[in-house]
Design a protein around this ligand. Structure first.
Ligand SMILES: Nc1ncnc2c1ncn2[C@@H]1O[C@H](COP(=O)(O)OP(=O)(O)OP(=O)(O)O)[C@@H](O)[C@H]1O
Length: 274
């Protein structure tokens, strides 16, 4: 459908990290986590961040969400400095952060009903129906979270994040708690939703395969104190399917990124950053 063009986004920076530094202090020690991180996500682009464990990936996402602020440098959303959480930036975390007392449909509608959302009430039902369909939740609209599998709950969380039409979606290991088979299925659902919606997405993941499958570009962080050590343009046409994972380009890219990550992780163990 895309004729091999992996990057079909519109251009223009939706999110940018400029010289971002961050340390955490505690028990008389200072932990330098981010040491001048620079990259941007363009509008409509899907970018994943991978890196050694503890290098500061979640810290970056928390800054984009407005939950943390940098010690130095700037985090920009739509060209403006991020000053705190905003409905313009939807967040999906690893834990099933959906409300147990609301049905699937009401969870998905949650952000639409907040005062900050300008989408008219008359459109809410159609929006909920669209995400129920895109996330494969048909028939479960009236179910409560306790009646759903872990994968389904996370699909509700993703639908809820997309529904109020935020400028940017921030996802922190959304599939980490799921088994491998469910995880692949979820990646395919998210990819289909993303092709339909073309949002700007920043995804943090431990899985190189997940990053390649979903993204236009993959940002690799170095060991802590972290910088960007490599940015890879995936360049594999969309839509991607289960077969895409078996193509030589995909396998070669996975091998390359796993090698970079392995060398960064060994730097972390040695206590040095490349
Ligand atoms: N609020 C905080 N206070 C103190 N230390 C923190 C805080 N947040 C994060 N850290 C520390 O900063 C480092 C980076 O954490 P972060 O969660 O951002 O890394 P990560 O790359 O997402 O990790 P992982 O891959 O294990 O999920 C870790 O050593 C963590 O313990």
């Amino acid at each position: 459908m895309s004729g091999g063009a992996a990057r079909e986004h519109e251009g223009g920076e939706a999110l940018a990290f400029r010289g971002v530094r961050k340390s955490f202090s505690g028990r008389g020690e200072t932990l330098r986590v981010l040491d001048g991180v620079d990259f941007a996500v363009e509008q409509g682009e899907f970018v994943s961040v991978v890196g050694p464990s503890g290098c500061g990936k979640s810290t970056l996402l928390n800054m984009a969400g407005g939950f943390e602020s940098p010690d130095a440098g700037r985090v920009l959303a739509g060209g403006a400095e991020v000053g705190g959480p905003s409905p313009a930036r939807g967040v999906v975390f690893q834990q099933y952060a959906i409300f147990p007392w609301l049905t699937v449909a009401d969870n998905i509608a949650f952000g639409l009903r907040l005062g900050a959302c300008t989408i008219p009430r008359s459109e809410h039902a159609a929006i909920v129906a669209r995400y129920v369909d895109l996330m494969g939740l048909t028939g479960f609209e009236r179910a409560y979270p306790k009646e759903l599998s872990g994968g389904m709950r996370q699909r509700v969380a993703i639908a809820r994040a997309y529904a109020p039409d935020p400028d940017v979606l921030l996802m922190d290991e959304p599939f980490a708690a799921l088994d491998a088979q469910t995880r692949e299925f979820m990646q395919e659902l998210l990819h289909g939703t993303q092709l339909a919606e073309r949002k700007t997405v920043l995804l943090i993941t431990h899985s190189v395969e997940e990053a390649i499958f979903l993204s236009h570009r993959v940002v690799v962080m170095s060991a802590r104190p972290a910088k960007v050590c490599e940015v890879v343009d995936v360049g594999i046409g969309m839509p991607r399917t289960a077969e895409t994972r078996l193509t030589p380009e995909f396998i070669e890219l996975r091998r390359h990124l796993e090698g970079v990550l392995r060398s960064q992780s060994s730097n972390l163990e040695k206590g040095t950053a490349a």
